[in-house]
Design a protein around this ligand. Structure first.
Ligand code: NAD
Length: 259
């Protein structure tokens, strides 16, 4: 078996040789920023029922909706105050090297943009939690505004404009992914020459098809994750480790190679 040092060296060589890198990120890239993942040991699924995250349950059950708003306003899943960690900044460094072709993310926390990646390079397959959306008239409201209403005693916010039902603007299980974001993510995944997966179990579809699109068209695949993923066998390099520790070293070594 190859040592960690050898694997990092190999990944750095691939980064240095590549021109169009897609970074595919999951919840694991943000745990070092204090946001829990779903399936890790401390993940939300150890405390919540995944069924409550389906659109069907959200629409049909008032108690489930209340639980969602409580989760957003409580201190278990704080997204608004979270700060990017070294993994996010290492990805931003790929942009500075002129190699970042796009970040396809399952995350809803906006941390790639906070770390300085250009908006038009971030493809948020599962939406984002910076806004809530009215299911009646599609008006969007900053989540901070909605939190203000909740703090003022409202237990289920409604649209001030049409009194329709509001929903956090993240994609729930059973909902369609934003079509244009999905199309652009697929197209870029097919055209990249390296796909780096960071912090994802690669079990949520259709998001997890992106690394498959990449390798089918000849790209190399690097997977960095704590714990197994569904595509470990397909990886050119598979690194078991923390995103915030491994990714900065890979990028630093890649920079030395292209100098
Ligand atoms: P997941 O929870 O299924 O898997 C995360 C993986 O990352 C796990 O294998 C875990 O062991 C690993 N991991 C945790 N910390 C890590 C670290 N520091 N370095 C490397 N690996 C680490 O997450 P997923 O595959 O992204 O899919 C689940 C869904 O969760 C997605 O749909 C996503 O939208 C949503 N989600 C997003 C956030 C967020 O926006 N930050 C947080 C929780 C869940």
């Amino acid at each position: 078996m190859k040592t960690l040092e050898h694997q990092i060296e190999e990944a750095a060589r691939l980064v240095a040789e590549s021109k169009r890198i897609i970074v595919f990120t999951g919840a694991g890239v943000s745990t070092e920023s204090g946001i829990p993942d779903f399936r890790g040991p401390e993940g939300l699924w150890s405390k919540y029922d995944p069924e409550d995250f389906t659109i069907e349950r959200f629409l049909s059950d008032r108690d489930v909706r209340k639980k969602h708003w409580q989760l957003l306003t409580g201190n278990e899943f704080i997204v608004a105050d979270a700060k990017p960690n070294p993994a996010h900044y290492a990805i931003t460094a790929l942009q500075e090297m002129g190699k970042l072709y796009g970040i396809v993310t399952q995350n809803v926390d906006g941390l790639h943009q906070k770390a300085g990646v250009l908006e038009n390079l971030v493809f948020q397959l599962h939406g984002d939690l910076s806004h809530a959306k009215c299911l009646g008239c599609s008006c969007r409201y900053p989540i901070e505004e909605v939190k203000g209403w909740l703090a003022g005693g409202v237990d289920e916010p409604e649209c001030p404009s049409c009194r329709g039902m509001l929903k956090p603007d993240a994609v729930f299980f059973g909902e369609q992914l934003p079509f244009e974001v999905l199309m652009e993510s697929e197209q870029r995944s097919r055209n990249c020459d390296l796909c780096i997966v960071l912090g994802s179990t690669l079990v949520v579809y259709p998001a997890a098809t992106m690394p498959l699109h990449a390798i089918r068209t000849g790209a190399k695949l690097v997977i960095i994750n704590m714990g197994p993923t569904a595509m470990d066998e397909l990886a050119t390099v598979r690194i078991e480790g923390k995103a915030g520790e491994v990714m900065p070293v890979i990028v630093k070594k890649a920079k030395e190679k292209v100098r």
